[in-house]
Write a protein that binds this ligand. Structure first.
Ligand code: PRX
Length: 652
């Protein structure tokens, strides 16, 4: 057994030579979850456990069954009729919560808006009527391409109210990316803005929409939120101002009773091919996962001021900005902008200004703050904070400790939450009142979740490394890939048997059974917590007329977790140059979006391939990270990789 020694009262012990933090009894005494009874209840009868939890939702008609599992498909709460916007709004306005702040919003230039539950309810009802007026019906798709403004949340809830399926596209994606997603989802309406603010500049969302829609004849209407008041082109028939439409809309819209299994939304995420996957989420099961995990993991109580810094364009912005907090009647802060604009104290000022109690953020942000120095947060009053969270990528123990010490003042538990777009809600995470925390470990599966580390051949690895697998479906897991159920089956359910979900992540379990995540094991990169497929960037590179061939890998980056390095072979009449490197980096940003811009391009005469012609990215990763080359015996021509390594090492 490991050495255990208490160093600072109740919270700091050494476990297995790693630091570990036991829950503070004072925190536990007031927690939503105070003991292991939820784990025990779920272990006894998982379905009964989820059925009991589902009673915390308001159903128009109660479900007739809990889980129907027909691998790889599963249906939760069949026969149940429910509306998500009703659960996030209507049920709260029947009590004093009606006057509680739902959203405290700050725009990048500093404007402030507070919407109570009543305000939000009214706005959502009106906008739901606007969408209906545009002919949007249950099951139709609505694309949302907005900055972080309250109207983004309103749009999602308005879709949910009438049973339309929303698909949010992150505002940093290019016109091509937007076009591809709109076309794949066959969206009928697009909701956008005349612009958004970012680091003092304006993101031209509307002109990007105009460009994308040149090739999307199925889009009949565009609703434009007035945000920056800059001039934008408005097409007479197609484009409408949000504020004009809403001013004429009726104040009440009957919430559509949806089947529990109806699709609530599609969210595109990168996979191992060049084409992003439209991950489909259900109505009842998804909402249940979002609501329960928000309450358990963030220990949410009525008096909290909760702040999740994610953009609505990512799954975290769906589950932990929109649905989870609102289903729990939380008060939350929403902000538009970046941590370093106008100054590097933006976040800490917000925490001080609104008395934020729970902060949910990312390792990339934390590592940037570390670099900028602890003096900056120290100049602000962060004493309101009581709980910290992190998500998106593995957090290194140094960053965890820094966050705990400098932001949490040593008193706030840090919950490292592992999950994915596909899981819909948090899967592996501490519960702050009961779990012993270990910096760098997401600890263990939440109640009602079944996860394991498996070997390549599917044996469970109790202590040691392997692949993270989910061995039973939970309510909020994906129901499919839009328009491609075969890919759904192949990607997630074919590695072992049809009942075991393959996450694409490597993980190891320590002697206590706690999970440690090791990053992706497939060709998906994780840049600042955002998934980018190697193949997507490769397609963007070969899309340039001077490029013959390209391979892309993610390499370790101190701040962003990973950075993108491209290996490019130019066409025979082209000469590599620094200028060409800049052109290609920009080209990728133009084609996909700035988040996919490679940090470096290495020109090479050839790429390492197997005899069957498959590019060996593993070896490129070894080269880019300065490691000794792995097994080269399957290469068609081993000299290619030797030369490349020499060149890379020389260039530093
Ligand atoms: O590799 C894991 C990493 O992010 C991936 C999921 O990305 P995405 O679907 O964009 O969702 C991000 C927000 C949930 C995972 O496959 N990841 C996410 N959270 C963690 C993590 N890796 C380690 N530790 C985490 N806490």
């Amino acid at each position: 057994m490991a050495e255990k020694s208490t160093t600072t009262g109740t919270v700091d012990v050494l476990l297995h030579e790693e630091r570990a933090f036991k829950p503070d009894p004072n925190f536990t005494a007031k927690s939503v979850v105070r003991d292991d009874s939820l784990y025990r209840e779920a272990a006894k009868d998982r379905e009964l456990f989820w059925a009991r939890c589902a009673q915390e939702l308001d159903w128009f008609e109660a479900p007739k069954s809990t889980l129907v599992w027909d691998p790889p498909n599963y249906r939760w709460f069949e026969g149940g009729k429910i509306n998500v916007s009703y659960n996030c709004l209507d049920r709260h306005i029947q009590s004093a919560t009606r006057n509680k702040a739902a959203i405290i919003w700050e725009g990048e230039p500093g404007e402030k808006r507070t919407l109570t539950y009543w305000d939000l309810y009214r706005e959502v009802n009106r906008f739901a009527n606007v969408l209906k007026g545009l002919g949007v019906k249950k099951g139709d798709r609505v694309a949302v391409y907005l900055p972080m403004v309250p109207e983004a949340i309103v749009s999602l809830l308005a879709c949910a109210r009438i049973g339309a399926i929303h698909t949010v596209i992150f505002g940093g994606f290019s016109a091509d990316s937007l076009r591809d997603r709109i076309k794949d989802a066959e969206a009928k309406v697009v909701i956008t803005a005349d612009g958004g603010y970012r680091r003092g500049g304006i993101v031209q969302l509307k002109s990007t929409v105009d460009k994308a829609l040149k090739e999307c004849p199925g889009v009949q209407d565009v609703v434009v939120v007035r945000r920056t008041r800059r001039d934008v082109d408005m097409s007479d028939k197609r484009d409408h101002w949000y504020h004009e439409l809403i001013s004429h809309a009726d104040a009440f819209c009957e919430p559509e009773p949806m089947d529990a299994e109806d699709t609530l939304f599609i969210l595109y995420t990168s996979g191992t091919t060049g084409k992003p996957k439209g991950i489909m989420h259900s109505t009842g099961g998804y909402l249940l996962g979002a609501m329960m995990t928000t309450k358990w993991v963030f220990d949410l109580k009525p008096e909290d001021v909760y702040w999740c810094t994610a953009d609505v364009g990512w799954i975290t912005g769906h589950t932990y900005v929109t649905y989870g907090p609102l289903a729990n009647a939380a008060t939350q802060v929403i902000f538009e902008g970046t941590p370093d604009w106008p100054e590097r104290d933006r976040w800490w000022k917000i925490i001080e200004r609104y008395g934020v109690t729970v902060l949910y953020s990312t390792p990339t942000a934390i590592r940037s703050f570390m670099k900028w120095g602890r003096q900056i947060p120290q100049n602000c009053d962060l004493s309101s904070l009581r709980l910290l969270g992190t998500v998106g990528e593995p957090i290194n123990p140094e960053a965890w400790i820094w966050y705990h010490t400098n932001i949490g003042g040593g008193r706030c538990p840090v919950v490292d939450t592992w999950w994915q777009t596909e899981t819909g809600s948090i899967v592996i995470s501490p519960l702050p009142g009961v779990t012993t925390l270990k910096p760098g470990s997401a600890t263990r599966p939440l109640p009602g979740i079944e996860a394991a580390v498996l070997s390549d051949t599917g044996e469970e690895v109790k202590h040691g490394g392997g692949y993270l697998a989910l061995t039973a479906p939970s309510p909020s897991m994906l129901r499919g890939i839009w328009g491609d159920q075969e890919r759904y089956r192949d990607t997630y359910w074919s590695k072992w048997d049809l009942k075991t979900y393959f996450s694409g992540d490597g993980a190891r379990r320590d002697e206590d059974g706690d999970f440690w995540f090791l990053g992706r094991v497939d060709d998906v990169m994780n840049i600042s917590g955002h998934r980018i497929g190697s193949m997507e960037v490769e397609s963007a590179l070969v899309d340039h007329d001077k490029v013959a061939e390209a391979a892309v890998v993610g390499v370790h980056d101190e701040i962003r977790g990973q950075a993108i390095v491209g290996f490019v072979t130019l066409k025979h009449d082209q000469e590599p140059s620094e200028e060409m490197e800049q052109i290609l980096r920009k080209h990728v940003a133009d084609v996909i979006g700035p988040i996919a811009r490679p940090s470096r391009i290495i020109f090479t005469g050839d790429l390492p391939k197997t005899r069957s012609g498959k590019i060996m990215r593993r070896l490129l990763r070894d080269i880019a990270e300065g490691r000794v080359l792995g097994d080269v015996t399957t290469l068609a021509d081993a000299s290619v990789v030797e030369e490349l390594k020499q060149k890379y090492d020389e260039e530093g």
